[in-house]
Design a protein. Structure first.
Lengths: 273, 321
């Protein structure tokens, strides 16, 4: 085997993730009696809230040049796992090792609807850690890729006037403008029209060619099989299957079909625990 | 439960079904394995999400200076974009406050008695106080109000409070121009002493940034702080002689001298008095507390370095849990 293929970029080693959720049950965090009770108990008991064991001992290694799809039913821990890989969510047990700094495609949080698309491109680029010179250099490419300037001069309008598809296209263009060692994409490609989806798939291929690794969370099985050649199937926080995207997606589809026949996917999920 | 991808020699894309049946192993699940750890270490991978050392942190922050400046300017531009009068509100708000305070404190409660040039005194006080109070308030929302950003992107978290403090400084510079014009209308014309405003503002900006860093960490941990802050700030404002003269209180001898001295040495009062000294001709140096410049610089250094280090110590916890 070629050694280049064997260079890992992300190693997830027996990772368990738990987090505490507040509220959600009657007499929760916000109510006065609960708050008073907390103040009285302070220091004696653990903080209030329920603990959710979201990821239960997942291990895998991702290699340079791979595009890996993450599939699984809602609440199976896909997004939590991505956050842990990005270093934005602490792990309870185990360890996540990464090459460089994985970037979550989350640039939208830095953008401001009251500003023009133009200024948001600059702001988003800087937020991702580009220098001003780099942003200037890539500005035209970003705007052209997003295609929002095709009909009118939309880039000079405030972003809050954009349609949701236009906004999503601009956000993806900004986030994908920089080549990352590891890029994590959480349900981003489902928006935008068919033409833009094709273009973003090409861009993901390019990013992979630039010696990166791409993780993609999606509920669209066709997106996974078209974009990725490897897939991880998470179910109730455990790794059910890891292999070629087509095989994993086929197994997952079979699972969801039988689960819906046998009852609900939820009971199957609890059984798997 | 091992994956074949733990062996780098094997093709990573080979099918590696982990649990062929629909029944994966029960219980808490597997823990770390020595194989994967060795693989990661052999290729020089690092643990993600660890706190950098202080020098590294400062360097990272410096490399993000463009973002800090752009974020501040963007917030400033976006702030009033929905209001019809736009940026005019930056000057209108303190002026309206000044009108109310003048009517209530100046006229009704006669605080202007014994204060020469009460209108410039009050205006300077309000503009300078607004700078500190707005920066502290922005600091409490720096992390808790930008959780989306903190959870989505990697950057030194101190960028946020520092950027918001910078936004307030930009805002102050805009409103100071207006203050200059108004002071000139009140008969206070620019003199060389106005240049003293520069070091005074510099110290105040440093102090404010430090305070914003402290409150950003506090409010990130305890959201209730943001409910408490308006009350704290109001008390602080009344105690800092924004609309009345602490000096006059000292001369009435109703309280021990130490009380007036303590009020005068509080950072907000120090910066307000220095600005009055710089801008108002009748406000002479005998109305200032002793060692006033040392106090101004001392508060600034203490708040900034202390606040920065204290904020950094919790760097890896922001936006989590």
């Amino acid at each position: 085997m070629a050694d280049i293929q064997g260079t890992p970029t992300v190693v997830v080693d027996g990772v368990h993730i738990t987090y505490t959720v507040h509220g959600g049950h009657p007499g929760g965090r916000g109510s006065a009696t609960a708050a008073l009770g907390r103040m009285l108990r302070r220091g004696r008991t653990a903080p209030a809230g329920r603990r959710v064991h979201a990821v239960k001992g997942v291990s895998f290694a991702a290699y340079r040049g791979e595009a890996i799809g993450l599939i699984g039913s809602n609440g199976s821990g896909k997004s939590t796992l991505l956050k842990a890989i990005a270093g934005l969510q602490p792990v309870e047990r185990g360890q996540v090792y990464t090459h460089g700094r994985p970037a979550l495609l989350g640039v939208n949080a830095a953008l401001m609807g009251d500003l023009t698309g133009e200024r948001n491109v600059v702001l988003g680029g800087l937020a991702m850690g580009m220098s001003r010179a780099e942003v200037r250099e890539r500005y035209d490419g970003i705007v052209e890729f997003s295609g929002i300037n095709e009909k009118d001069d939309a880039i000079s309008r405030p972003m809050r006037t954009y349609s949701s598809g236009m906004g999503a296209r601009l956000r993806f263009s900004i986030a994908a403008a920089r080549s990352h060692d590891v890029l994590l994409i959480d349900e981003a490609l489902s928006t935008g029209d068919a033409r833009f989806r094709r273009r973003s798939q090409r861009r993901i291929d390019e990013l992979r060619a630039e010696a990166g690794t791409v993780f993609l969370v999606s509920h669209s099985n066709s997106t996974i099989t078209e974009t990725c050649e490897r897939a991880l199937w998470l179910e109730a926080g455990t790794l059910r299957m890891d292999g070629p995207a087509k095989e994993v997606v086929a197994a997952y589809e079979e699972f969801t079909a039988t689960a819906s026949k046998a009852g609900t996917a939820r009971t199957a999920g609890t059984k798997a625990e | 439960m091992t994956t074949t991808s733990t062996l780098p020699a094997s093709a990573p894309r080979a099918p590696t079904t982990q649990a062929p049946g629909p029944d994966p192993s029960p219980g808490p699940g597997p823990g770390p394995t020595p194989d994967l750890r060795a693989l990661a270490l052999r290729h020089g991978l690092t643990v993600s999400g660890a706190r950098p050392s202080l020098p590294v942190y400062v360097r990272q922050l410096w490399s993000r200076r463009d973002f800090i400046a752009a974020f501040a300017t963007a917030r400033l531009t976006a702030q009033y974009s929905q209001a019809r009068l736009g940026q005019v509100w930056q000057v209108m708000t303190p002026l309206l406050n000044a009108a109310v305070y003048y009517a209530i404190f100046g006229v009704l409660m006669n605080a202007k008695h014994g204060v020469p040039d009460y209108v410039p005194f009050l205006l300077t006080g309000i503009f300078v106080w607004t700078f500190t109070s707005d920066t502290v308030l922005a600091g409490t929302r720096a992390i808790s109000g930008n959780l989306g950003l903190v959870r989505a992107l990697h950057f030194p978290r101190a960028s946020l409070p520092i950027s918001l403090a910078l936004q307030q400084l930009q805002q102050l510079l805009l409103s100071l121009t207006a203050l200059g014009v108004i002071l000139a209308c009140c008969g206070e014309f620019p003199t060389w002493s106005w240049l003293l405003a520069v070091p005074a503002l510099l110290c105040q900006a440093l102090f404010n940034t430090g305070a914003a860093l402290v409150l950003a960490r506090l409010a990130a941990r305890t959201p209730d702080i943001s409910q408490l802050m308006p009350f704290v700030l109001r008390t602080w404002m009344y105690a800092s002689g924004v609309m009345w003269s602490i000096q006059n209180l000292a001369s009435t001898a109703r309280f021990p001298d130490a009380v007036a001295l303590a009020l005068q040495c509080n950072p907000a009062a120090v910066y307000i008095d220095l600005m009055r000294f710089a801008l108002i001709e009748s406000y002479t140096s005998d109305r200032l507390p002793p060692h006033v410049w040392a106090l101004a610089a001392g508060w600034a250094l203490l708040a900034f370095t202390g606040g920065f280090i204290w904020f950094w110590k919790a760097e890896e916890t922001y936006g989590r849990g």
